[in-house]
Design a protein around this ligand. Structure first.
Ligand code: MG
Length: 260
């Protein structure tokens, strides 16, 4: 069952969304060749706890870290480790926070140093897929419209869409109904209503869409070892259209909002 949120609940989710958005923004600025993914994880956990929140991923179904750190052919759910990021890597950070009872979830794939043109393009197209998906997060549309927005754009560039993992409803729990595939048919699937909050997260591969899980039981990699990129936002469906809760608002903009 899809649980719609009240305005008050969406206001709280905006707080967790802004926090996790700021955490990801700070991590992005920090990433450089030579840094270990575990150092990024520790920085994330400290920021989250210092803000009075909890790193949602830590302990989730036994996941041991605060971020998922997925490099190159790793799709999602990678373990932070003593791996030193290399110039040319693409590094997906997925991070969640629980603040005042509500979860915010966001991810981005960050180029490390100078990165090849084909990898940069993969990252860019994945972000475009997410933007196109967000545009479809409107009352009256269907879940298939979101999936189709991602799939059609990715495939137009010759990429494939990961099918084994999907986006999700989000609220007091990180994973709520519905599942939100990154593929689908326009006009199909559940109807979207105001008050729904979704975490939309395209995972796009240069090669084949199939994945496998490593022996650690978590790290998902592409079956052909070709690179994969991932991007995610938490989005509230409102009467004014999609509100990207995890997109960081600048201070000036916040002032305008609070003055209004
Ligand atoms: Mg998610």
């Amino acid at each position: 069952m899809i649980i719609g949120k009240s305005q008050k609940e969406i206001d709280k989710m905006r707080m967790s969304g802004q926090l996790v958005g700021r955490v990801l923004q700070t991590l992005r600025a920090m990433v450089e060749p030579g840094m270990t993914t575990l150092e990024v994880d520790q920085a994330a956990e400290k920021m989250i706890r210092d803000a009075g929140a909890y790193p949602t991923f830590k302990g989730y179904n036994g996941f041991p870290y605060s971020i998922c750190a997925s490099v190159n052919e790793q799709v999602v759910h990678g373990f932070p480790s003593d791996y030193e990021l290399q110039e040319g890597d693409i590094f997906s950070i997925d991070v969640g926070v629980t603040l005042d009872g509500f979860v915010g979830d966001t991810a981005a794939t960050i180029p490390v140093g100078k990165v090849s043109e084909d990898r940069l393009k993969l990252v860019r197209v994945t972000e475009e897929c997410l933007q196109r998906a967000i545009e479809q997060c409107r009352a009256g549309n269907h879940l298939g419209d979101i999936g189709w927005a991602v799939q059609s754009h990715a495939e137009a560039h010759g990429y494939s869409v990961v099918r084994d993992y999907v986006g999700h409803g989000i609220g007091r729990r990180m994973h709520e109904d519905p599942q939100i595939p990154n593929y689908g048919k326009p006009g199909k699937g559940a109807k979207i209503k105001n008050g729904y909050v979704f975490a939309v997260e395209p995972m796009i591969n240069i090669g084949q869409h199939q994945t496998k899980t490593l022996k650690d039981g978590w790290t998902v990699v592409t079956i052909d070892a070709q690179p994969s990129a991932h991007a995610e936002h938490t989005i509230a469906i409102t009467e004014e259209g999609p509100e990207v809760l995890t997109l960081v608002r600048e201070a000036a903009e916040e002032k305008l909002v609070s003055a209004a």
